[in-house]
Write a protein that binds this ligand. Sequence first.
Ligand code: PXG
Length: 290
Amino acid sequence: MKVYLNGTFVERSHATVSVFDHGLLYGDGVFEGIRSYDGLVFKLREHVDRLFESAHTIMLKIPLSKLQLIEAVKQSLRVNRLTDAYIRLVVTRGEGDLGLDPRKCVQPTVFIIADRIELYPKQLYERGLKLITVATQRNVPEALNPQIKSLNYLNNILAKIEAVNAGFEEAIMLSHSGYVTECTGENLFLVRGRRLLTPPPYIGVLRGITRQAVMDLGNSQRLEVREDLLTRHDLFNAEEVFLTGTAAEIVPVVEIDGRVIGSGRPGPVTKRLQQAFRKLTRDSKHGVKY
Ligand code: PXG
């Protein structure tokens, strides 16, 4: 495997960064997780735009243009002869000293890992997922806005640990005031009648790119798509619940905190959206060829 690292492709074993890199020392950096399907990078422009927004907010100047970065992603996929892949795009503050001061970091570190995609087990999509809400609250946007896709994911990792400790694969995180936010790396939707609801970004969720694609699909399927504050009660009494994310795509949820959701099996709206999403990922209008 060849990894793009600061402008060149190096063998995986040589793809290393300094222990003084502030990405490692402080989580001072930004990233994107992207998928390619059948030779198309799904929503690549949207991911690159979001990476630049995250970087802008933390005042990190990416040393490539958007076009150059897009080319580097495409090149990574070609060099590794991948048609279906998971791509991790990372920009860190770069090498500095042991203090926090970002001014000590002269040159950002940029790397791109393109690897075969590790798909989740098929039964997850057929049977659906059982979730729990956890005590770790989602970061308050006023302190660390989840819109910044930073290398500092401890908030999410702590929630994941709680879920795993309790024997569950994934956690639902609540806001400081107890509203539903999102899972550790996926957004959350519920279906009730013709309504498709998802928490609003201001409550502290990432504006997921899959989330947006699913909202668009919902609209074209004549669902009433809305961002709304949601409580656990709303989730428990939904007809269907599902998660969305680049890696997971659309995952049905059949149980939350011991309460069965709807029929206890993946529902028809979720299934219809899954089918439409699968088509979308192979549509050249939504992907970049390489
Ligand atoms: N919420 C959070 C907190 C995320 O990190 C999503 C939602 C879904 O967003 P997209 O744009 O992917 O639809 C994410 C996704 C992974 C992985 O490998 C994914 C994310 C972060 C870390 C790992 O699945 N981000």
